[in-house]
Structure formats: C-alpha cells, structure tokens
Design a binder for this molecule. Structure first.
Ligand SMILES: [Zn+2]
Length: 311
C-alpha cells in the first residue's frame, strides 16, 4: 500500500466540498488537490484553468513539479483518458460497480493512471494525506483494488439547496473556464438521486466504518470546527494545529486545488455559518417536485419534508 492516504469526497455538486477541501488543506501534512481527476482536462484546457493559488495551472510551480513526475501526467494514452472520463456518466456506474466487486480493479489501466497522479502529488507536497473532491461515484469505483489507501467521505446536502444552487451560474471573472454554469432543476434532481443511491448502495456496503463516513453539509455548518476535526480524525490527520479561531471562524490560505466552486476564492478570513436559503429562494413548484422525487432519501440524512417555518 502507499505510504500516504487519499481522502476521496463523493457527493453532489454544490455540496460544499470546495470549502471543506480548502479547510482540510490548512491542517499539517495535507495536500488539498480539489477535483483532482479533472487534472487531464484542466491542465490542457484553453484558455488555461486556474489553480486555487491564483496562478494558471500551466505556470503554478506546484503543478509544474507534479506534471514532471510521470509522462502519463502530460501525455496520457487517449483511450485511457476516454475510459476515465466515461466514469463520470451515471449510466456507466452499474457496470463499474459490477466489475469492481470483490476488490477487483474495474479498469486497471485507469487505476494505474490515477495512481501516478496521486504518487506525484505525494512526492512533491510531501503530504501524508491528499484530499480529492472529484465527487463522482464512478471515479471512486475506479479506485477499487488500488494500492492507494483511500478513505471515503460521502458529503451530502439537502437536495433543495443543491437544486437551488444549480439554478444560478457562478462566473469566475479571472478564469472563465472555471465558471460553474446553471443546470435545469430536473437534471440536478436526477444527479442528486443517482449520486446518493450510488454512494449508499454501491460504495458504502463494501467499506468498513473506518473507511466510509457520511456527513451532511448542514451538520458541517452547524459546527464547522468540530466537524472539520471529525473529518480530519477520520482521515488520520493531526488536529492539534487547525485553521479555526473559534467554532465558526477560520483563516484559509490558498491551496493548489483544481476546479470547484469559484466563490470566496482569495478571501482568507472566513465565517462559516449555517444558513438555509432555499425556503425563500426556490420556487414553490420546484420545492414540491424536488421534495417528492427525493422523498425516499430525505429521512436517511435527517432532512425534513418541509423547511423550518416554511410556507
Ligand atoms: Zn497552484
């Protein structure tokens, strides 16, 4: 097994994984890579995508050093890359799940490619834990049978918050390629259900309690320091040095992370508060549709059918 660990975050987009990755990146011996498995797309995109440190991925010293570690990081086999990015699509998850049963590698050549990236990051950063918030269950299934020790965090968020967030685009003015565009509610509902089902039925049953943790973004924002330390402890990260001044305030310095939510990039002092905006922002019809279509999953994560004080 590798001498480092990967904390792999699965869950829906707009679930707060960028923020949690940035917080964990402040702990000692942690490299927060962001949505790492986008590396092969992001590093070759035109115009160049931006690293969390503010430099472009083509000029950032960290990623320049990482990409020099193995030829597959700059010149991968195109067929292997196709296989990797096919794993983002929901329709491939059942097949990946079946092929990875019993700890097998569903796509050994893809698992090897991903391992080259993790090895390179561990070498350059000298970190003992790498945070990968790539989120897709398909990517996580590709790590089955890997020589890398992976701990999996299923980061969940209320589907009505997710659907509400995806209604709005988030433009990164400095790096348009890193902008997040709006998604129609029906598509974000479908993706939320598929992500949830895959995380809880395809991934969790194969892992021990030491290797799989479920946490909701709502639980996280109620006690950011406590929950950050809980995730860190789960990933065997030392918690005595952490970025929090009190329960809700932290100093978050830039990390070399890829993609993710462009919000708040550059703000070092952060206040993290629990706030639920969907009850007043999400139109009634989409609140109803989202609640109805996701109803089977809501109690599992402690979500109510109605918001507190809702209409
Ligand atoms: Zn950087």
């Amino acid at each position: 097994m590798s001498d480092y660990r990967v904390l792999f975050i699965v869950g829906p987009g707009r679930s707060g994984s960028t923020l949690i990755g940035e917080i964990l990146g402040q702990y000692p011996h942690v490299a927060n890579g962001g949505e790492l498995l986008l590396w092969w797309l992001a590093s070759r995109s035109t115009p160049a995508r931006r690293c969390g440190c503010g430099d472009s991925l083509t000029t950032c010293e960290f990623w320049t050093a990482v990409s020099a570690q193995h030829p597959s990081l700059t010149s991968p086999d195109p067929q292997v890359i196709d296989e990797l990015y096919r794993a983002r699509s929901v329709r491939h998850w059942p097949r990946l799940w079946w092929k990875s049963r019993g700890g097998r590698q569903a796509k050994p050549e893809v698992t090897e490619l991903i391992t080259h990236l993790y090895d390179a990051i561990a070498t350059v950063s000298e970190a003992s834990v790498i945070v990968d918030s790539s989120k897709s269950p398909g990517y996580r299934l590709l790590l089955s049978g890997s020589t890398v020790h992976v701990r999996t965090l299923h980061l969940q968020r209320d589907p009505r918050s997710v659907v509400n967030s995806w209604r709005h685009e988030k433009i990164d003015a400095l790096s348009p390629g890193d902008s997040l565009f709006a998604i129609h509610p029906l598509r974000s509902i479908f993706e939320w259900c598929a992500q949830t089902l895959a995380a809880q039925r395809f991934i969790a049953p194969r892992l021990s309690a030491d290797d799989f943790l479920t946490l909701t973004y709502e639980e996280f924002t109620k006690a950011p320091r406590g929950r950050s330390n809980q995730i860190a402890t789960f990933a065997e990260i030392e918690t005595s040095t952490n970025p929090f001044h009190d329960e809700n305030h932290a100093s978050i310095h830039p990390t070399h992370n890829i993609a993710g939510n462009p919000d708040r990039r550059g703000d070092i002092e952060r206040e993290i508060l629990a706030k639920e905006t969907w009850p007043r922002e999400l139109p009634v019809r989409w609140t109803f549709v989202t609640t109805a279509l996701c109803a089977a999953f809501l109690p599992r994560f402690g979500y109510r059918f109605k918001a507190r004080g809702a209409r």
